[in-house]
Design a protein around this ligand. Structure first.
Ligand code: FE
Length: 368
């Protein structure tokens, strides 16, 4: 009798546990799960980024970001206004953020990792910290060369790194390619930012892919021979040096010239679109992936998909003078005033894959 009672009690406990399990699985810790009917209805609508996702709205999306808060907070605020989904933002430097995600493992609260430069996203993906996006919306809105071939991250805005020159001392007809800046005619006239900046690592990584190690090393050695002065810590200082007459040519991300033009519209420095007869201008991204241990994949997916649509894509251009990653969206007038250019369609993942080789090459060539 007692044995039978224990058996029945055990059975009742088991049934209670198994009934509770699906409820816990659909809700995030501490957040009540939506009723089965609501969750079921939401699933059929997730194909469209504008559709409400009730399960996602219940819990906030936690974003670890290396982008400065003032550049992305307005985007997240708009997202919350439109969808009711709260975004919790934690900012930091790329390296420490990725290390934190790694250390937190399955216990992380982060749903999204948002960084600048494909090299950083590649590093996070390589450590197993991201999960596949499986998003038809991102595939439709963002060109393939700005997305990870393994589908672990996607570009959301584009930054072009090209040549800048003094309009007072340089005839743009003398300019052609990045490697062309190694020509002795630029001796004592070239300014560069430090090789420690990931932007230059990525540029040199793509040159290795395109030209091979030997030709890239010859080009980088030529740059170093042509330097007018020590390398700069920022693209802004480099542009100001050209304006001040310290050097004539350099390589920068276009939005830094935009910043300088906003301060002084008559600044005697212009962009030159590099490598237009060849592969095109080197582009990189700001972009994001969903963390491997996210508790809110639906909300995270919704956020990334929303960021690829019209209004937020235009906002990237307004906030940081970047290019929308979605080619259907136009940038702001100042960015448009720089004219159209052909961009390199080599997958930006190359920047990560060849980054170590690029760093070693720049070191051998004495580019500091
Ligand atoms: Fe920057």
């Amino acid at each position: 009798m007692l044995a039978r009672f224990i058996l029945v009690a055990f059975f009742l406990i088991l049934t209670a546990c198994s009934r509770q399990a699906p409820v816990e699985a659909t809700g995030q810790a501490g957040v009540p799960a939506p009723a089965a009917g609501v969750a079921g209805a939401a699933i059929t609508e997730t194909a469209s980024p504008a559709a409400p996702v009730d399960a996602a709205a219940a819990s906030p999306v936690v974003v670890y970001s290396s982008r400065q808060e003032y550049l992305i907070k307005p985007l997240f605020d708009r997202f919350t206004e439109e969808t009711g989904i709260e975004v919790q933002l934690q900012t930091g430097e790329d390296g420490p953020l990725i290390a934190r995600l790694e250390a937190e493992g399955e216990g992380t609260f982060a749903d999204v990792l948002y960084t600048v430069d494909a090299g950083n996203l590649w590093a996070a993906a390589n450590k197993g910290l991201l999960q596949p996006l499986h998003s038809k919306v991102l595939e439709a809105n963002i060109p393939a060369h700005l997305r990870d071939p393994q589908d672990l991250w996607s570009g959301l805005s584009v930054r072009a790194r090209t040549i800048v020159y003094s309009t007072e001392r340089v005839d743009p007809a003398e300019l052609s390619t990045y490697e062309g800046l190694a020509d002795p005619k630029w001796k004592g006239k070239l300014c560069l930012r430090t090789s420690k900046k990931v932007y230059n690592m990525s540029l040199v990584a793509t040159m290795i892919d395109r030209l091979g190690v030997e030709a890239t090393e010859a080009a980088v050695r030529g740059w170093v021979d042509n330097l007018a002065t020590r390398v700069f810590s920022s693209d802004n200082l480099l542009i100001q040096a050209i304006a001040a007459g310290q050097c004539d040519v350099g390589i920068v991300n276009t939005y830094y010239l935009g910043q300088e033009q906003q301060q002084n519209s008559a600044i005697p420095v212009k962009l030159f679109w590099a490598n237009q007869q060849e592969s095109g201008v080197h582009v990189n991204i700001s972009g994001a992936g969903i963390t491997a241990h996210s508790h809110n994949v639906a909300g995270a997916t919704r956020l990334l998909e929303w960021l690829s649509t019209d209004e937020p894509q235009h906002m990237f251009s307004e906030l940081n003078l970047e290019y929308p990653a979605n080619p259907a969206i136009e940038p702001v007038d100042l960015v448009k005033s720089w004219g159209e250019f052909k961009q390199d369609t080599l997958n930006v993942e190359t920047a990560g894959r060849l980054q170590t080789e690029a760093v070693m090459l720049m070191d051998r060539a004495d580019y500091r």
